[in-house]
Write a protein that binds this ligand. Structure first.
Ligand SMILES: Cc1cc2nc3c(=O)[nH]c(=O)nc-3n(C[C@H](O)[C@H](O)[C@H](O)COP(=O)(O)OP(=O)(O)OC[C@H]3O[C@@H](n4cnc5c(N)ncnc54)[C@H](O)[C@@H]3O)c2cc1C
Length: 403
């Protein structure tokens, strides 16, 4: 019997496998694909903070970024720039492969072409029923970690709830002409509810993609035509990849002998959809929680609930405020987005935000709170007659005074 079965060899699964194997546990990772990192749909932008967490792997970086151009629907843009490196654009399949190799070096076993179908939790163990190379096979361990990424129904089947708000993404790699800065397009007609991007990777290659509430492939075709007309990319046949992104966390990320991490747990920034860093952070928390649980010989839901407490402490405020910002953005039409760009540019709000020590690629809540404190932006928000995180905290302060 294994100590830990990890379901899925994405960043969250392999990071957990690495940490747990290093602590001396007998870990097996079951991956449904025939190759680790074989099929990914990800732009691969991570913060410097996240990159530093993966410190020795400088070879993963395709390009570094210290700036980006944000485009309003009108075509007007705001350039955000800082003097130091803000993000790394990495080779995402290579990240998965590298993390898996590190886990294997610590003793974790990887079984490929094994698709986990069902989990049954017993008194002294957990059983995973899988299809291994198209044949049924069962695996037994003391605990199971679900790191199956977006859209997995395994947590729901175990009664851990479901994620009901998500974005759909589509992306393609193309040849670009002279693009050396990340471009982000905020336009409800190009990417309803979300945004689109053109991200230079290596040589003259770039990733073009978007997130939207529905039909991302249709919007991607429109975006590609637009970028071709603008001479930014060179037309060519290329494979489009698709995936979804959870925008809310799973209600319960633990149970008896089970823990859920990464996209499967909804540990993703609701503002940008970036999930690599939060997945790694939560995998580290999960490894520590499991270690404590093994030491206490207690793998009950009560003991493993510490994992959720810990990751909520780390990410909870961030996810709530970012989610508020996401919902607010979804309500805007293109005219309103243009208006907000105008306010930001004419009042130099982006410059004062960029000068603030609060600015961070991974942590957006303070910037959101700072931005909506600006009088001119406050007026825009008030027009929607919605509760903001500011009104929420003001109300809490009042309540405390009354008590
Ligand atoms: C278009 C797009 C662009 C993105 N760009 C970025 C970005 O620039 N930066 C960023 O931080 N994030 C980005 N993301 C999000 C990022 O890709 C995810 O947050 C991240 O991959 C989540 O990692 P994970 O390990 O939780 O899941 P995944 O990476 O999805 O890994 C899950 C693994 O589990 C395997 N699996 C699934 N089901 C089973 C099963 N039943 N049995 C066995 N194996 C199974 C899968 O094959 C996969 O290998 C993007 C997402 C999209 C859609």
């Amino acid at each position: 019997m294994y100590d830990i079965i990890v379901l899925g060899a994405g960043p969250a699964g392999s990071y957990l496998a690495h940490k747990a194997a290093r602590l001396g546990y007998n870990v097996v990772v079951l991956e449904r694909q025939a190759r680790v990192g074989g099929k990914t749909c990800c732009t691969g932008i991570i913060s410097k903070e996240c990159h530093d967490m993966l410190a020795p792997d400088r070879s993963l970086t395709l390009r570094q970024a210290s700036s980006a151009n944000l485009f309003a629907p009108s075509g007007k843009s705001v350039r955000v720039h800082r003097d130091n490196i803000q993000a790394h654009i990495i080779d995402r399949p290579a990240l998965d492969y590298t993390l898996a190799t590190k886990a294997q070096e610590e003793g974790a076993q990887y079984l490929l072409s094994v698709n986990a179908k069902d989990i049954s939790i017993g008194k002294g163990s957990v059983q995973v029923k899988a299809s291994a190379h198209d044949r049924p096979q069962a695996f037994e361990a003391r605990v199971v970690a679900i790191t199956t990424g977006f859209g997995s129904k395994l947590p729901q089947r175990l009664g851990l709830g479901d994620i009901n708000h998500f974005a759909l993404g589509a992306q393609v790699e193309v040849a670009s002409s002279g693009i050396d800065e990340v471009e982000v397009f905020l336009d409800q007609e190009l990417a309803p509810g979300f945004f689109a991007w053109l991200v230079p990777t290596s040589g003259n290659k770039a990733k073009v993609g978007l997130l939207s509430q529905h039909s991302p492939h249709v919007y991607l075709e429109i975006l590609l035509s637009k970028l071709q007309r603008q001479g930014k990319i060179i037309p060519a046949e290329a494979d489009i990849s698709h995936s979804g992104i959870p925008l809310k966390p799973l209600p319960k990320t633990y149970g008896d002998r089970v823990i859920v991490i990464g996209d499967a747990a909804g540990q993703v920034k609701p503002t940008t959809g970036g999930g690599i860093y939060y997945g790694l952070l939560c995998a580290e928390i999960a490894a520590n929680t499991l270690h404590q649980a093994f030491m206490a010989d207690d793998l009950s839901a009560k003991q493993l609930s510490r994992y959720q407490k810990e990751w909520h402490k780390r990410l909870g405020k961030e996810l709530k405020i970012d989610y508020w910002a996401r919902r607010f953005y979804e309500k805007l039409d293109n005219q309103q987005i243009d208006h907000i760009f105008h306010i930001i540019k004419s009042n130099g709000i982006h410059e004062s935000i960029l000068a603030s020590p609060d600015v961070s690629f991974d942590w957006h809540s303070n910037v959101i709170l700072d931005a909506i404190k600006h009088k001119s932006l406050q007026r825009v928000v008030q027009r929607f007659n919605i509760i903001t995180p500011l009104t929420n905290s003001a109300a809490k302060r009042h309540r405390r005074k009354d008590e």
